[in-house]
Design a protein around this ligand. Sequence first.
Ligand code: GLN
Length: 405
Amino acid sequence: MRAAGLVPRPWTITANLLTQLMNSVFADLPTTVFTVMSALARECGAINLGQGFPDDPGPEDVRRKAAEAVLDGDNQYPPMMGLPLLRQAIATHYAHHQGLDLDPQAEVMVTSGATEAIAAALLALIAPGDEVVLFAPLYDAYLPLVRQAGGIARIVNLSPPHFRLDADALDQAFSDRTKLVVLNNPLNPSATTFSQADLSLLAEVCVRHDVIAVCDEVWEHIVFDGARHVPLMALPGMRDRTVKIGSAGKIFGLTGWKVGFVMAAPPLLKVVANAHQFLTFTTPPCLQEAVAYGLGKDDAYFTAMRARLARSRDRLSAGLRERGFTVLPSSGTYFLNVDIAPLGWTDDIAFCERLVRTHGVAAIPVSAFYADSPVCHLVRLCFAKRDATLDAALDRLDAVVRRAA
Ligand code: GLN
């Protein structure tokens, strides 16, 4: 017997009409660059240094906890705000690692990944006509969500190699119409972290204009060379106006788990929870239990994880330099950037297309993180990979410089 759903059905309305019926924020949106590049990597048999995910299976004890929880635990709806066990573990974790004092009942919520947390925060907090300050390079989810909420984006472009904040640019972007600012720190794709001076500058502007800060801090644990992450929430005047977002997927290198956290003062969190309840409502309880266990790991675990990643960063970076690439410094995230201008390239999209199709290495063009798609000459590579994967990619990249020379 043939399933009816498998028989192609002719469209009864035209593509044009369909587009008119749709919400233009989403109808006009391209597929996210990470999905496009991963598909292209599969199609070309390329080594995928594009989308940011490790190629090891992740901590076995944490995965085992999830497996045990599936078999022996409760698999019905967990509480909408998250398992009390996990919310407590989140509060304890951030008190220990970042000195934050969060009430697990009123100030912590679990989401299905940080992207859901960002969506819930932006949809809940932005009203039509509100101005929203964003910094480019910006993660590709931000702008469509701000637009869907009716927000008017004010984008401040940050410049390589340091991607620092600038007082004049902030003064131009912020006004009394500004409702909210979105900060990603450490910053993807630049692999930079904002300095204490940058954060103080931003905090001062937020307080002066009475603005809420939504802080995407999913890379907070992945900072190198002895640096410590400073949450914007900890700066003077920011405690009750910051929505802090974290990600277990990033913390444990289990990116497919999609377990995120939102931390905010009770009145803010309540509104964000109102959006969350109709986005995903809950997150698989087995994963929540395992994350609660993982967040309690001792400092040595996190130190070793950072050291491993820093070693991979150094391996890829040294290999690229030896081969004649210009590598920008990376002080956090899974990424480093190469400047392709010295190779005679000015268009990062064309370069990445060539890289994946001709050389068999997938990367991400940094222009995908700018709203106005400037022609950009930075290319992002993910180093959260086994040595053998990085070495194989380097072998393939050898030909790129030779060909350009
Ligand atoms: N955060 C990941 C990256 O920057 C991508 C996540 C995704 O594909 N949605 O590579």
